[in-house]
Design a protein around this ligand. Sequence first.
Ligand code: HEM
Length: 466
Amino acid sequence: IQPANFPPGPRALPFIGNLFTVDFKKLHENCTQLSEKYGDVYSLRMGQTWMVVLNGYQTIKEALVAQGASMADRPIQPILEDVNLNLGVISSNGHRWKQQRQFALSTLKYFGVGKKSLESAILDEFKYLSTYIAEYKGKPFNPHLIINNAVSNIICSLVFGHRFEYSNARFQKVMSMFDQALQIQGSIWAQLYNSFPVIMRRLPGPHQSVQNIWNEVKAFLRTEFKEHRKNWNPSDPKDYIDCYLSEIEKTKDNVSSTFDEENLAICTLDLFVAGSETTSTTLRWGFLYMSKYPEIQEKVQAEIDRVVGRSRQPTMADRTSMPYTEAVIHEVQRMGNIVPLSVPRMTSKDVRLGGYVIPKGVTIITNLTSVMFDKSEWKTPYTFNPGHFLNEKGNFDKRASFIPFSAGKRVCLGENLARMELFLFFTSFMQRFSFSMPPGVKHAMDYNFGVTLSPVSYEICATLRQ
Ligand code: HEM
């Protein structure tokens, strides 16, 4: 039964609701189209679960910031719950979430997010990466796994205290499994699982492989934990896991502590996945856009040559002198739109929004796509245009409606890390290489929809600059 004054939405069928009236291959586009008919706040029913979809910058800001305290929870999603038991950072709630989020943020900061030490780690990683890519000598190659591996190495050095060689087959396998799992988790199979868990747990289908994939990733993590326990020296913590082991010790007599080995496993998994998949997907969009718009690529390179030159690597300190490059990176993120429907939230009390009442316990989908392409916010929403982030004087203009990391209390925990990674990797690439499509190959800007929106597999040429 629909509660009184509940947001309207497309007609839902008995039992299954809107499960088969929306297109899960491009759910974000579908959600955006529905807002034209039903307004910025509308509802969908997935099986027996009511969801409210929020659209447009003003509505989403009002929800996540002004009413943020009532929207900071995550709903329980059985497909994830079976893996993470609602532990960790991404899916947990209340006291447990607060404690773990705070700890992760301060530990990442302690190990260098926003500092010189991490900057050097990223620049060193780029050296390995560029040596590897230069070996293709401008011939077409698929950048997917190698970029994932390189970017993931940054979160790995923070969490595990070391990087993985590009030749490490086990690590490469884990990387490609993330992709698969995130695709399935954004598909109709996940929705069916979340709507009818009791039935779906028994039925075959791709949803079953999600459990297998995460179990394999967990087994991979267990090897790391074992090593850490063996070499653990509390007076000299080298990474997040070392610090976590100390925290377990320190708080073991405290009944309100949420630090234990089970939670360590899921927190590590969360940081590992969120920190591996996102920045690398953004970079892969970046290569495509640069090869599609060679004149923009040349302008970026000219700015780098002017500000940094060729004899040293770019650093974070160069950022303020490089407004055009900054604008291009932001535009790649806007158009790339890599977390198109953000991560679901849930109301923790009744909320009034857009003239409607959303009761406690309803799943909230913040449609970030509708913000990235909001006609009232962007001059040419569907065209790649760095001018979106430049004022008349050519200075960088950070726009309030640029919210790829979401906003409010649950805003992406890795935002600062991701910004460092994006700036340093992107400028380093542009300093050394030019990207172009292989001769005769057209730019395919098509995507695969999942929790993240990633470019379809492609080959590209990276030519060393003269
Ligand atoms: C370009 C890169 C990235 C983008 C676009 C991105 C985007 C997002 C978005 C949209 C959310 C959901 C926030 C919400 O519910 O309102 C999120 C959550 C999160 N992100 Fe990121 N992210 C990126 C990189 C990273 C990195 C590098 C890390 C590594 C630490 C990370 C860790 C997390 C975590 C742990 C959460 C859950 C936060 C919570 O529930 O409290 N992200 N991210």
